[in-house]
Design a protein around this ligand. Structure first.
Ligand code: OXD
Ligand code: MN
Length: 626
């Protein structure tokens, strides 16, 4: 019986004494000698009290959940309202990705590039050896084999994470294909990425544990040359589920460059108009800019469906048929809760009916969850993410702005039938987006692939709560990969340009679009309704892909013709439409100056093509200024 088969009325998890769950040591699995040797070597450094090899079974998950409840890390929600679901309240210091503590260690600093924190590998190794020595004392070290991508896919990649956090083990269990099936592939010779994770809170004999162990000192470290990941001090999301950002983006981007594919911070959707012919889109947006909402969109256009393939990461390659193909390497969603609501994303809300782990949301007196935006009306009384009493008059958010849900992809009502096709899906168009209150129009199409690369390279977005930093501050976030490229971003741009050359030789090159759902009017309100109405923009893109509609040439790319975007039944006056698509040459010339500065940070390494694109853009803007 899988968790999904559990009846919706599953009773509370029987609580067992802390750390007494049956040892899992006797499971029969192929344990590749190479992995065993590495585990033994790390155990000598980390000094855990015991070692448990994770098999990925339902029984094991159940035992881990029991343990987490007993330890106070998780609290079970009311099973009548939210079957087999749990809430974790993290330490207040451990609530988001830490970009300032994320390091790329390459021999030559220039290989990490100006957008990454660089450290010299030998010095970092020496530092980490000190930090990790004895880090798991008094704790269990879990050996967590996992696959990214469907096992059997040419794109599947493997890893083994060591962790002393059972919360991280159950999270990896949802987010990846975890356990024996992955270990078996490694035993058959598949290469694997070693990833070491510790919360950095060793326990002395007899020392009581805390619900959310972590350490004020934190490291998320990548050694691209040896494909290694080391993470210390945090149990939160991308800092700790190393298969996700650390592997599937930072290390995978390095692999992808070497092997000729792309590892991207992109959702993948399947869009089906009333004609019945489906199209697939891959879309890059910075963290917490609505990727999950877009991936699970309920279109307002009659007869249209949007199905989900992935909500965060895409691996793209040129298939044997010469087409651009993509898989979602993950198996679950680690979505931002605030803003996921019955009005904005009923599909996600439905997906969360049970079997879900929530982190840092608020809870209701009845034992269910709540966060800002789940319902329009705020509950009268809650326990907030810190565990304190909350009412609407409290004047602070009840859920942390970066609170999350972790749920299996299979539980999503809009999941596409082919979401885990080992051969991936054919991508018809690529979309770049960001959160921009001004300047950037609702949708614009790149003139060609190279112009699309320029668009991706120059995307700016207002900072969100997904990482530390000042929310709202505008920053360049090229390809939404600023925190996730494992090597010099200038080389990454060059790789994209080169990839386009290969696509041009082999097959049809996908179209490239830029979108901005977040433009505001003079009164500070959003001009575009967003969410399900974003399907109207997809409708225009589909028509462009099929060559059915023309477009207006603008200095920044092609815009819909007047009346080209279907806004039927939307209450948008002419002034709003004009503002949504207004391209102000002065404002864009100022952007171009900012882009020039950004490009300058890459020095000689920046591909000449991007300088050429910038010069062309300036020329077009000057001409438009007249
Ligand atoms: C995420 C992020 O968790 O981008 O997906 O921060
Ligand atoms: Mn993300």
């Amino acid at each position: 019986m899988t968790l999904l088969d559990r009846p919706r009325t599953t009773g509370p998890v029987p609580v067992v004494a802390a750390r007494t769950a049956a040892p899992v040591a006797e499971r029969v699995a192929v344990r590749p000698a190479e992995v065993q040797a590495w585990v033994a070597e790390q155990a000598a450094l980390l000094e855990p009290a015991e070692i448990v090899w994770v098999d990925g079974s339902t029984r094991e998950r159940h035992e881990l959940l029991q343990l987490l409840v007993a330890n106070g890390t998780l609290e079970q929600l009311n099973p009548d309202l939210r079957p087999y679901s749990f809430i974790a309240r993290s330490a207040e210091s451990d609530v988001a990705r830490l970009e300032g503590r994320t390091f790329i260690c390459t021999d030559d600093e220039a290989d990490a590039g100006p957008t990454n924190n660089w450290r010299e590998p030998a010095a970092m190794r020496a530092e980490l050896t000190q930090v990790f020595r004895g880090a798991m004392r008094g704790r269990t070290m879990y050996v967590v084999p996992f696959a990214m991508g469907p096992i059997g896919s040419p794109m599947a990649r493997f890893g083994v994470q060591l962790t002393d956090s059972p919360y991280v083990v159950v999270s990896v269990g949802t987010m990846t294909r975890m356990g024996d099936a992955a270990l078996e592939q490694i035993a058959r010779g598949a290469s694997w990425v070693p990833a070491v994770h510790s919360v950095g809170a060793p326990l002395a004999p007899g020392q009581a544990d805390v619900p959310w162990p972590c350490n004020d000192t934190k490291y998320i470290v990548h050694f691209p040359a040896t494909r290694e990941i080391w993470s210390y001090g945090s149990a939160y999301g991308g800092n700790a589920i190393l298969a996700k950002k650390a592997y599937a983006l930072r290390i995978a981007s390095v692999m992808a460059r070497e092997e000729g594919w792309l590892a991207e911070h992109m959702l993948i959707i399947k869009v089906t108009p009333p004609t019945g012919r489906s199209y697939h889109f891959a879309a890059a947006f910075p963290s917490a800019c609505g990727k999950t909402n877009m991936a699970m969109m309920t279109p307002t256009l009659p007869g249209w469906t949007v199905e989900t393939i992935g909500d965060d990461i895409a691996w793209l390659w040129i298939g044997a048929d010469g087409r651009l193909r993509a898989i979602n390497p993950e198996a679950g969603f680690f979505g931002v809760a605030p803003g996921t609501g019955l009005r904005t994303n009923p599909t996600a809300v439905d997906a969360l009916w049970g079997n879900t782990i929530f982190t840092n949301v608020a809870t209701t007196p009845e034992g269910d969850v709540w966060w800002e935006g789940l319902t329009d009306e705020k509950p009268a009384r809650l326990t907030d993410w810190r565990g304190e009493q909350w009412t609407p008059a409290s004047g602070r958010p009840a859920a942390h702005p970066n609170s999350r849900f972790t749920v299996s992809a299979r539980q999503c009502p809009s999941i596409a039938e082919d979401w885990d096709d080992p051969e991936g899906v054919v991508i018809d168009a690529i979309i770049f987006g960001g959160r921009r209150a001004s300047n950037v129009p609702l949708v614009v199409e790149a003139r060609d692939w190279d112009h699309g690369v320029f668009m991706g390279a120059t995307i700016a977005s207002e900072q969100t709560a997904a990482a530390e930093g000042t929310v709202g501050e505008l920053r360049r976030d090229p390809f939404a990969m600023l925190p996730f490229a494992g090597y010099n971003m200038a080389d990454y741009f060059a790789h994209w340009l080169d990839f386009g050359r290969r696509l041009r030789r082999s097959a049809r090159v996908p179209r490239v679009f830029q979108v901005n759902w977040f433009r505001k009017g003079a009164d500070g309100t959003f001009l575009w309704p967003g969410f399900g109405d974003n399907a109207r923009v997809l409708e225009w893109m589909v028509a462009r892909v099929d060559g059915q509609v023309g477009a207006i040439d603008s200095p920044i790319g092609s815009l819909p013709t007047p009346g080209g975007l279907n806004v039927d039944d939307l209450d948008l006056d002419e002034a709003t439409m004009e503002e949504l698509f207004r391209v102000d040459p002065e404002a864009f010339l100022a952007e171009a100056d900012d882009v020039e500065q950004f490009f300058a940070s890459f020095g000689e390494r920046l591909p000449a093509e991007l300088q050429r694109q910038l010069a062309l853009l300036r020329g077009r803007l000057e001409a438009a200024r007249g």
